[in-house]
Design a protein. Sequence first.
Lengths: 149, 149
Amino acid sequence: MDQIAGAVLADLKVIPTPGGPVLHMLRADSPLFMGLGEIYFSEVEPGAVKAWKRHLRMTQHFAVPVGLLKVVLHDDRPDSPTRGSTAEYLLGRPDHYRLLRIPPLVWYGFTAVGPVPALVCNCADLAHDPVESERAGLDDPRIPFGWEE
Amino acid sequence: MDQIAGAVLADLKVIPTPGGPVLHMLRADSPLFMGLGEIYFSEVEPGAVKAWKRHLRMTQHFAVPVGLLKVVLHDDRPDSPTRGSTAEYLLGRPDHYRLLRIPPLVWYGFTAVGPVPALVCNCADLAHDPVESERAGLDDPRIPFGWEE
C-alpha cells in the first residue's frame, strides 16, 4: 500500500469489561494529540460513499467504534514526497480498531463496508469552518480512484 | 425529575447529509468545553448495567451517537444544594441526542435501553487515572436507586 506523508495509523486498545468494552481514542498526553478544535461523528450507511473532501488547515483523527469503514486518501500536494500516492485503510471493529491521522490538504473519502452503518468519530484540531475545506466529485479526474470498483 | 447541581443537559445537532447524518458533540469554543484530557468510548450491551462509579476530579461529557442509554446520577456531596437527589436521563438516537455533563463526586451509572448496544462517548477534562475514581456495588445502600425496577 502507498504511504501518504503525514498520515499516521496507530493501534487503539479495546478493553473488555463486564457489560461491554471500553475503547480508547485519544489522550491529551499522547504524542499524537495536536489540540482539540471539535469532536463530532459521521454516520455512514452501508455502501454509502462520502467523498471527496480536503481541509486546508485542519488535521483530523478518525476512529470507528461501530461498524467498518474504508478510508481512501489521495495526495496531490505539490511539495509532498508522496505526491500522486493513493492509500486505503480499514478502520473499525472488531479487527481494525485504530486511529488514522489525516493531514490537511490530502483528499479523503470513505465508505461503510458490510451490513451495518459505520460510525466515524473525528477528533479535529480545528472547529468546523466551511471556508477551510473543499469538495470534489466522486469522479474528479485529479483523483485516480474508483469507488465503484 | 430531580436536578443535580453542576449537571448540565444540552441539545446537540444532528445534521442530515447524503449517506448518513453528521452528529455534533463538542467544540473547543463552546461555553460547555472545559478542556480535553481524554476521549474514549464505552459500549453497553442491551440490558447491561455499568454502575456505580464517581470521579474525584474529572468532569465528564457524555453523548450517545448509537443506541439509547439511561444514565442515573445520585448526589451525596456533603455541601451540595441538591444532596440526596437522584436524576435519570435518556441519551441517544433518534430523539434524545444531547450532551450530559457529569460533575466530579456525583455517583453515576448507566444501562442500554432497547435491543441494540449503546455507544457512549466521553469527552473528559482529565485523562484516565485509576486513583481519582471509586466504585460502589449496584446495591450500595448509599444510593437509593434500583436498577432492577
